[in-house]
Design a protein around this ligand. Structure first.
Ligand code: FES
Length: 315
């Protein structure tokens, strides 16, 4: 990839300003961002400036910086980072950006570059004879699965052969880019396998949800009096899809709720076989009353029986 620097001073215009239409568009775009976040509009505004002048000039960078209250260097960083921004004059009808990163290179990008050299210019960024075409090599454009590919302005042309790229360049040169459909240039839908999908090809029927129309209030009341059979119970899927459906408890759910309710009961009401407690047992021996809410002394009979008198009276 080439070093990205601003164009020489002799081609830089003295000033930049959006035309009336683009100025209104810029104001509307800036208003889309929350107060204090207007700098987020830097990329759309730079792109609009490029569409107006054909490339991003130094004056345009200064204009956008001033409009968004940003330091000039911050906008310059954005403009010089993204290869979507052209920093010097390019072909007026097409600037072909050939991806030269590994997947595209392995799939024939070098042959595409040869086409650009023969049909446009031997050197990147140089204009053809009538100034309508130029080209450059760029890094990955995110369409690796359809390698090799080129970008021309905002459109990607993928799965290319040298012959196809020649045809595309000819159409742009003739001012008829609409005769080319962007995207894969072979029998491929978007990024799907060549020739069509090979997985998930069977029709998948949706799971039974028992999502029946809601009954009228009178019907609902009578239906509520009759417990539904297992077969009529809505499934979990139905419950998720429509929370208004009141699903009766399944045996498993009812069991869980009963366990939780039992855990909330006082210990004396639920402990049928209390654990031995030496301290409490000792208190029973001394005749102290059991603490409220605790297991009674009946649960500690051993020491109590040791105090039994010869006459059989328990102390
Ligand atoms: S490597 Fe060419 S698009 Fe990713």
């Amino acid at each position: 990839m080439s070093v990205r620097r601003l164009a020489e001073d002799n081609v830089q215009p003295a000033a930049f300003a959006f035309n009336e239409e683009n100025a209104a568009w810029a104001e509307a775009t800036i208003r889309k961002y929350p107060e204090g976040r207007q700098q987020s509009a830097v990329i759309p505004l730079l792109m609009r400036a490029q569409e107006q002048d054909g490339w991003v000039t130094r004056a345009a960078i200064e204009y956008v910086a001033q409009k968004l209250g940003m330091a000039y260097i911050r906008v310059l960083e954005v403009a010089t980072f993204y290869t979507q921004f052209q920093l010097k004059p390019v072909g007026t009808r097409a600037h072909v950006q050939v991806c030269g990163t590994t997947p595209c290179m392995l799939r024939g990008a070098e042959d595409l570059i040869k086409v650009c050299k023969s049909k446009i210019h031997a050197e990147p960024f140089e204009l053809n004879e009538d100034g309508t075409l130029s080209w450059e090599e760029v890094e990955c454009q995110g369409a690796c699965v359809n390698a090799p590919m080129v970008m021309i302005f905002k459109d990607a042309y993928e799965d290319l052969t040298p012959t196809q790229l020649e045809h595309i360049i000819d159409r742009f040169h003739a001012g008829k880019p609409h005769e080319i459909t962007p995207g894969p240039q072979i029998d491929r839908q978007f990024s799907a396998p060549v020739g069509g999908p090979v997985t998930l090809t069977e029709e998948v029927k949706p799971a039974q949800t028992n999502l029946e129309p809601k009954p009228e209030p009178a019907e609902a009341a009578s239906a509520a009096a009759v417990p539904p059979s297992d077969a009529a119970r809505p499934t979990d899927t139905a419950e998720e899809a429509d929370p208004s459906i009141k699903t009766p408890l399944t045996d498993k759910e009812g069991s869980k709720k009963r366990v939780k309710a039992a855990e909330k009961q006082p210990l004396s009401a639920t402990a049928s076989t209390p654990k031995p407690d030496k301290k409490r047992a000792g208190a029973a021996v001394e005749g102290a009353p059991p603490e409220p809410g605790t297991v009674s002394g009946d649960a500690k009979p051993k020491r109590t029986r040791k105090k039994t008198t010869p006459e059989g009276d328990a102390s």
